[in-house]
Design a protein around this ligand. Structure first.
Ligand SMILES: *Cc1c(COP(=O)(O)O)cnc(C)c1O
Length: 385
């Protein structure tokens, strides 16, 4: 039996291996070595100029955000229900109450039109997630947040290299979080970053990231010993992982170009088929630049989606669904504030299907995926003449 075409295939380039070797030769495998510094320098302009700190994951960057903003019991955090667990879990860990917002049916992003009704005097943070790297409506979100004195933290796990009205994602919130997990556009296996758009948060962020100590200041010679000065944990990655990440960041143009080509090929090749089968192809508003993190389509129904997944699997192609609504999850039911109805999220979650999209996907492999999709058993929705 031939092996299935995977949903994702991680990649380490020759340069990546050379950098990894160099990190070992440097004898600096703990955090904040030379490769980490070079990643910080590369990343900052990519997210609009904010200070950047590499972290062990996006999850940990979100935990740092919750600590930095001193979120605690009695505070409410507005989050989309259609997102990864960590967007919410990081704040629940601090004792805050998540208030689930429904998403827009076109971009699957937090629906900014619902915010006014969800904000209460207890609201401390809004966490927009740029799904697939397509921007949330940041003008409206920031207007509402600023008027209410609420912080915005962008979960930008999908959005590196994306833009809203020409401005890079990651530059809008007081804080933003990045992911370099194996499945993301740029990866070192497990990794992330915290973006700080308020310079006064940099010192407290360094302390949180270094186990609650002022060790970073000590290493810069700013204090003559280091000690326990705040809450914190160990959120800095090994310089070996930064070495792998740097090689990819230096290759950003080629990686993003290939993803754009693959995404557009799917979009044009599947247009007629989608229209005939009642499938919705991904939508990117004209004021958004997409980093093409995902190719996510909507089947007409849950049954149609399940049939498609089964047909693709039988054809040796790994496609997959996505987030299960968090407001319906065990933890969401237990911890979530009211209201708890997110009908668009439920409908999208039932019908969404993602196709393989990664840097190393070959033209031949993509042809196989496209043919397999066109050959699924989905019925035409056009009325017979
Ligand atoms: C991947 C992802 C995360 C978690 O990233 P890790 O680096 O694996 O912790 C958080 N939020 C979103 C939206 C993600 O897609």
């Amino acid at each position: 039996m031939k092996t299935a075409l995977p949903f994702n295939r991680p990649m380490v380039s020759e340069v990546g291996f050379a950098y990894l070797r160099q990190a070992v030769d440097n004898m600096h495998l703990s955090g904040d070595g030379p490769f980490t510094r070079r990643c910080h320098e590369r990343l900052s302009p990519m997210v609009g100029g904010g200070k950047v700190l590499l972290t062990t994951s996006c999850t940990h960057a979100l935990e740092m955000a919750a600590l930095l903003l001193k979120v605690g019991p009695g505070d409410e955090v507005i989050v989309p229900s259609f997102t990864f667990v960590s967007t919410v879990n990081a704040f629940v860990l601090r004792g805050a109450t998540p208030v689930f917002a429904d998403v827009r049916s076109d971009t699957f992003n937090l629906d900014e039109r619902l915010l006014a009704k969800l904000i209460t005097p207890r609201t401390r943070v809004i966490v927009p997630v740029h799904y697939a790297g397509v921007a949330c409506e940041m003008d409206a979100i920031l207007r509402i947040a600023n008027a209410a004195g609420v912080a915005v933290v962008e979960d930008n796990a999908h959005g590196l290299c994306g833009a809203y009205h020409g401005r890079p994602l990651g530059s809008f919130g007081v804080l933003a979080t990045q992911s370099f997990h194996e499945t993301k556009n740029f990866s070192c296996g497990e990794g992330g970053a915290l973006v700080l758009n308020d310079p006064t948060m940099f010192d407290p962020a360094e302390i949180i990231r270094e186990k609650g100590t002022n060790r970073s200041r000590f290493f810069r010679g700013q204090v003559d010993k280091y000690t326990w000065v705040g809450l914190g944990s160990s959120y800095l990655p090994s310089d070996a992982l930064a070495a792998l990440l740097l090689a990819q960041l230096e290759d950003a143009e080629a990686i993003q170009h290939r993803r754009r080509v693959l995404w557009q090929k799917y979009h044009t090749s599947l247009g007629d088929w989608a229209a005939d089968r009642g499938v919705t192809l991904p939508f990117v508003p004209s004021h958004c630049d997409s980093p093409h993190h995902l190719f996510a389509m909507l089947a007409p129904s849950l049954n149609a989606r399940q049939a498609m997944l089964a047909d693709l699997k039988a054809a040796g192609v790994t496609a997959t669904f996505h987030y299960v609504p968090l407001h319906l999850s065990e933890m969401g039911q237990q911890y979530g504030g009211r209201p708890r109805q997110c009908l668009v999220t439920e409908s999208i979650s039932d019908r969404l299907i993602r196709l393989p999209l990664f840097y190393g996907l070959t033209d031949t492999e993509q042809e196989t995926v496209i043919r397999a999709v066109q050959n699924t058993s989905l019925k035409s929705v056009r009325k017979a003449a």
